[in-house]
Ligand binder design. Structure first.
Ligand SMILES: [Mn+2]
Length: 306
């Protein structure tokens, strides 16, 4: 007996997936933009492969979240494609990423930038606008390495400070012990960056700390840019992030934070960085990164429904 009416798709072999929401939807309030930047990573890798792997993994996600009843099927997302930065250094890719992000940010309520290594974040923040942006990072690392030897995935925040982004408009959460230097910590504090360690996040709750910092930033700036460095997740749950360490946050907390953050009206651009598909094990990284995107969409949907 058929149990699927003619006007409804059969779920015998498929379902409406998050991937099906993406397309050439030029009027959409949301955009996905790929930044396949992989060169100058401190640990050699293939973060340039991430945008296409994430898009493909979205086919494995239903638009329906049974935990909350959230249904993403009405969302429309403009797929802006990938910027041609895979053969470029972070220094060379800076202007194209800035301009590509800026174009989407002006036209959309929320732009989702798929890295790439963490060097994409400098261009992304400039795309929102250095004068009006605040920056929240979810990252095991400060990314405040010196810039004297050139730009890489370990110094985008230092580069942004040097570009003139005030430290008071930067919040960094999830910073891991024995994964950062005393010099970087001192520089963060001296610049006025709000520093929240992994230990504090685990004691107070990762989502709570993220929301506290979003509220702080929302008093300081017009728009907020959020860098989700996926290496903040525990290495056992995110083996495809070269910088991830044991003792990191749970994937579940990362997802919950993504949804809560994307619901905030001032969040204008988010990035996902440091996913290296060449290190993946049984698609754990691909499914984690794609779930992050689904959570961002669910958060945004909650924003527009009230
Ligand atoms: Mn990072």
């Amino acid at each position: 007996m058929p149990n699927s009416p003619d006007n409804e798709m059969s779920e015998n072999r498929g379902w409406l997936s998050v991937h099906s929401l993406l397309g050439a939807k030029h009027d959409a309030a949301l955009a996905v933009l790929g930044a396949p930047l992989g060169l100058e990573s401190l640990s050699e890798g293939r973060c340039d492969l991430a945008p296409s792997v994430i898009r493909t993994a979205l086919k494995r996600f239903s638009v329906y979240d049974l935990e909350t009843g959230a249904d993403l099927s009405a969302l429309s997302i403009f797929d802006a494609g990938d910027m041609p930065v895979e053969a470029l250094t972070p220094a060379q890719a800076f202007a194209p990423i800035r301009d590509g992000v800026s174009q989407q940010v002006e036209a959309r309520a929320l732009t989702i930038l798929l890295g790439g290594n963490n060097a994409v974040t400098r261009g992304g923040v400039h795309g929102v606008g250095l004068k009006r942006a605040g920056l929240l990072t979810l990252d095991a690392h400060f990314d405040l390495r010196d810039t004297d030897g050139g730009l890489n995935n370990g110094n985008p925040i230092q580069a942004l400070l040097e570009d003139g982004l005030p430290g008071a408009r930067i919040s960094q959460i999830g910073l891991a012990p024995f994964a950062n230097t005393k010099k970087a910590h001192g520089n963060a504090t001296a610049a006025g960056i709000s520093v929240r360690t992994l230990g504090e996040c685990s004691e107070r709750g990762f989502v709570r700390v993220a929301m506290e910092e979003l509220e702080r930033l929302s008093r300081e700036c017009t728009y907020i840019y959020v860098d989700f460095d996926i290496d903040v997740i525990d290495r056992a749950q995110m083996p495809a992030a070269p910088g991830a360490r044991p003792g990191g946050i749970a994937a579940r907390d990362f997802f919950a934070a993504a949804r809560a953050i994307a619901a905030h009206p001032k969040v204008r651009c988010v990035d996902l960085t440091e996913f290296d598909p060449s290190r993946d094990l049984d698609d754990i990284g691909a499914l984690t990164a794609a779930r992050w995107l689904a959570e961002i969409l669910a958060g945004f949907a909650a924003r527009t429904s009230h």
